[in-house]
Design a protein around this ligand. Sequence first.
Ligand code: ADP
Ligand code: MG
Length: 238
Amino acid sequence: MGRITLDKVTKRFGDVEVIPPLDLTIEDGEFVVFVGPSGCGKSTLLRLIAGLEDVSGGQIRIDGQDATELPPAKRGLAMVFQSYALYPHMTVRKNIAFPLKMAKMDQAEIDKRVNNAASVLNLTNYLDRRPGQLSGGQRQRVAIGRSIVREPAAFLFDEPLSNLDAALRVGMRLEISELHKRLETTMIYVTHDQVEAMTMADKIVVLQAGVIEQVGSPLELYKSPKNKFVAGFIGSPK
Ligand code: ADP
Ligand code: MG
């Protein structure tokens, strides 16, 4: 399950209200993209959902439970970081298994989950390598693998491809979309790249200065943008 609801969620840094009261529902299994220009609050919103920032007001519910006060580890979500943060001295297998080892999971269950994740990510033949022996795209997949084994209710991505070159970015976009189809798990994906939003999303959330300008499918936003900002940003002819 991975239904996430935000009810009048706000965020202030000091005196500055970065997110005015905001309501949003993300359905179980949806691929939702937060898009908007740099500084509009995409990362802040994602970090609030992840629990890496405390809300200044409002409530966050995950699968019907109040998660507003829960620490990140108790929310059942997986944040996939832009920097791969892999352990260079550990094999791919050990990197992927790491969170389960920390949780003292049974070794047979760890092996099963690591093998499944590797299979889903086409990393089976790379399990005994170290991160230094992998390409950028493969390293990104290992980082995702480390999230998959925890079987999270949702994956949260913050511009995960912005360090990659253009060609690799296109490939990884397809891989993440494919992964979403295979896992059928909720994914929230932050980007400032309109093309990424339009090609990957079930639902796009367009943000400007912490305010949701419009929520809709790529086609809805393209055909009926609510205002000039959305039209301009999405590249709609209107
Ligand atoms: P985006 O990810 O869309 O580029 P951010 O969520 O990073 O935007 O930032 C939104 C706004 O909040 C920006 O004006 C940024 O300067 C401000 N901000 C983000 N994090 C902090 C922080 N820890 N302290 C103060 N201001 C912050
Ligand atoms: Mg950001």
